[in-house]
Write a protein that binds this ligand. Structure first.
Ligand code: NAP
Length: 345
């Protein structure tokens, strides 16, 4: 089978990752499923992973890709208590950028069908749901600022804050993204390429914003912090603006942080999905039900509008990562892995 492997640690995905053409298909153990991946998700942190920032003790070569949707093609005896061959499943586990991935049955989520929309919920949707539930303290009328709002996880933060009857402000880099944000209920969109975010917030929200879902970092972090209302809270979801740097970081005005927080009784809290796994299945069931009821838009971007067209096949993961870092995507970037004709499985 084909799979992507990190062969050299680097935040430059193309330098770090190699497409292997003839890897053996892995064998499932007693409690495992062998999943034929049909859709895999691109995440901003794929380049943090390829740079070895997740676990400094892991040395190349290692597998990459955080999440997949596909069908079970083989399974161990214990796993067969809950799953069968042909069943559609989704999972979050390192090594999804491959034609086949072994997934422990307890980490697999059964699905009604193999659809890319389900993939959007696995990391991106669950991150928005759990962080806002645990740290957002949302209630009617609160003002919520979402940065990178039209992206994979931002789209869910916008919709979930709207469901909680909040007033939602979203930043993005184009009018097309602004149009999408309006369509999912965002009250005020700010195109940061054509509008000054700081002045807009100062003018339109003089009392400040109550909650920030912040995933850009650097200057965006600083101005969002300055825009907090009394008792406001900023949730650090990520800092994508720094991921392509060798340090993975973008400078912020950290020396002023204690004074700024004290003056407003404000807070800054980090959120990392891996620390909330005990609530993960509940979150996912909740999001899946919302989607099936038609209460949640799960926007998928297959890159149809990218220069070389739709992201299909493992080869196109490289283009898909570039597309994200050019800031082009609307919704979650997904790569389709069409079945190879000569597959024996
Ligand atoms: N904490 C967690 O557990 C967790 C889980 C999932 C994701 N995240 C974080 O959530 C954020 C979004 O991740 P995602 O996978 O959903 O990506 P995404 O939002 O689908 O795509 C990234 C978007 O960020 C903006 N962007 C890209 N490069 C940028 C740069 N250099 N400077 C500023 N903005 C840039 C672009 O939108 P615009 O420029 O139009 O805004 C781009 O479309 C990342 O910070 C990621 O690490 C955290």
């Amino acid at each position: 089978m084909k799979k992507l492997v990190v062969t050299k640690l680097s935040q430059n995905f193309r330098e770090a990752v190699t497409l292997q053409q003839d890897s053996p298909v892995p064998l499932p153990g007693d409690g495992d499923l062998l999943v034929r991946n049909r859709f895999v998700g691109i995440n901003a942190s794929d380049i943090n992973y390829s740079a070895g920032r997740y676990d400094a003790s892991v040395k190349p070569p290692f597998d990459i890709g955080f999440e997949g949707v596909g069908e079970v093609v083989a399974l161990g005896l214990s796993a067969s208590a809950d799953f069968t061959v042909g069943q559609a499943v989704a999972y979050v586990k390192a090594g999804s950028f491959a034609e086949y991935t072994v997934v422990p049955a307890r980490q697999a989520v059964p699905l009604p069908s193999v659809k890319p929309e389900f993939l959007t919920l696995m990391v991106s949707g669950a991150t928005a749901y759990l962080s806002l539930k645990e740290l957002g303290d949302l209630s009617e009328g609160k003002k919520v600022l979402v940065t990178a709002a039209a992206g994979g996880t931002g789209q869910f933060a916008v919709q979930l804050a709207k469901k909680a009857k909040c007033h939602v402000i979203g930043t993005c880099s184009s009018d097309e993204k602004g149009g999408f944000l309006k369509s999912i209920g965002c009250d005020r969109t700010i195109n940061y390429k054509t509008e000054n975010v700081e002045s807009v917030l100062r003018k339109d929200y003089p009392e400040g914003v109550d909650v920030v879902y912040e995933s850009v970092g650097g200057q965006m972090f600083d101005l969002a912090l300055n825009a907090l209302a009394i008792k406001g809270r900023l949730i650090v979801i990520g800092f994508i603006a720094g991921y392509q740097n060798p340090t993975g970081l973008q400078p912020i005005k950290a020396d002023l942080l204690p004074a700024k927080l004290l003056k407003k009784s404000a807070s800054v809290r980090g959120f990392f999905l891996n620390h909330y796994l005990s609530d993960y299945k509940m979150a996912l069931q909740h999001l899946l039900k919302m989607y099936e009821r038609g209460d949640l838009v799960c926007e998928v971007d297959f890159g149809d509008m990218s220069p070389e067209g739709k992201f299909a096949g493992l080869e196109s993961v490289f283009r898909a990562v570039d597309y994200m870092y050019m800031g082009k995507n609307i919704g979650k970037i997904v790569v389709e892995l069409p079945h190879s004709v000569n597959s024996k499985l």
